[in-house]
Design a protein. Structure first.
Length: 332
């Protein structure tokens, strides 16, 4: 059973039974899940536990009571309770809340969003932003350019398919799919056309340029006086996002630097930059950048730090004060 987080929460039976029932808090969490990507609430499992009490039994009328109470207190929220039995024989309610296609709220006009393991209130201009993003078709799945799937660049398609089949994170049943089936499975194609995601990953160079928001990466090095001393730019749309990560790591000369440290009678070289950390930062920058607006990804190398700066706003519910360190860019 998963721990509490972005997609899962646990509630005690006391939160939905007797005089301790807190339906307002339950409605708040359901609204937050519906406004995010959906999730589940395991009702009947205490915080810090992974299983319900072995002798716990769910009253037969409790699932219907949950549906009624939540329907009375929420708008645009679908609650799907199901009685489940844990490995120790104890029963609990698995309450599934799908992602809402409209903006979800409580009946008294409160909006919430699931951020990590908390249900955060949405206020001010963020309510309008939530409404505009909710109604929009995900950019990655759009086929507005009408690029036929046969227009995929063979070398890039072959590389993506080989990487998926070599990954230990892909299920064996998925690895058995044909290249066309893999494109459909990962939403890189839809019907006869490549989606925007498919154009990014396996499309030809001029098709990527037609997207207008395909990622562009700039590396800028500053000296101790804040003056630019080197600049590298990947703006020719020749590379897909996966190849961009490799190119940045290989072509930035500063990433090859190392420190020489004494080790007894010998000396050892310690890299100035950890490859795993740099690649992870680049992956996060490419994945989390907004693809509905233009803007370059900047790698700003200062004498004492590396900053990776993405265009656009932070995700809803996240502020610079909540980041570690408290800055919109990522520094190492």
């Amino acid at each position: 059973m998963s721990l509490e987080g972005q997609l899962h929460d646990q509630k005690s039976m006391r939160s939905v039974t007797g005089k301790t029932a807190d339906w307002t808090e339950m409605a708040k969490d359901c609204v937050a899940f519906a406004n995010a990507v959906g999730g589940t609430l395991s009702i009947g499992i205490e915080d810090g536990q992974t299983l319900p009490p072995h002798d716990q039994r769910i009253p037969p009328d409790l699932p219907d009571l949950l549906r009624r109470k939540l329907a009375e207190r929420t708008v645009n929220v679908t609650a799907l309770p199901n009685v489940a039995t844990a490995a120790n024989g104890g029963q609990y309610i698995e309450l599934t809340v799908p992602r809402s296609t409209a903006v979800a709220s409580t009946t008294d006009g409160r909006y919430y969003l699931r951020v990590a393991d908390q249900s955060k209130p949405v206020t001010g201009d963020d309510v309008l932003r939530l409404a505009s993003e909710r109604a929009a078709l995900p950019w990655e799945t759009q086929t507005s350019l009408n690029v036929p799937r046969s227009d995929a660049e063979p070398s890039k398609l072959q590389a993506v398919v080989a990487a998926l089949r070599a990954s230990d994170r892909v299920k064996p049943s998925v690895k058995e799919k044909t290249p066309d089936e893999l494109l459909d499975h990962y939403q890189m194609s839809q019907g006869p056309y490549l989606t925007n995601l498919g154009i990014l990953c396996v499309g030809q160079r001029f098709r990527r340029a037609q997207l207008t928001t395909a990622p562009v990466v700039q590396f800028i090095k500053y000296d101790e006086h804040g003056q630019k001393v080197n600049k590298l730019v990947w703006d020719d749309y020749l590379l897909n996002p996966m190849e961009l990560i490799e190119a940045v790591w290989q072509e930035v000369p500063d990433f090859r630097e190392s420190y020489e440290l004494p080790d007894g009678l010998f000396r050892q070289n310690v890299p100035a930059f950890d490859e795993v950390v740099v690649r992870e930062l680049l992956v996060n920058a490419l994945v989390h950048r907004p693809y509905t607006q233009r803007g370059d990804i900047f790698l700003n190398l200062h004498p004492d730090r590396l900053e990776i700066v993405n265009p656009g706003l932070l995700p809803l519910g996240v502020t610079p004060q909540k980041c570690i360190p408290p800055f919109a860019a990522t520094s190492i």
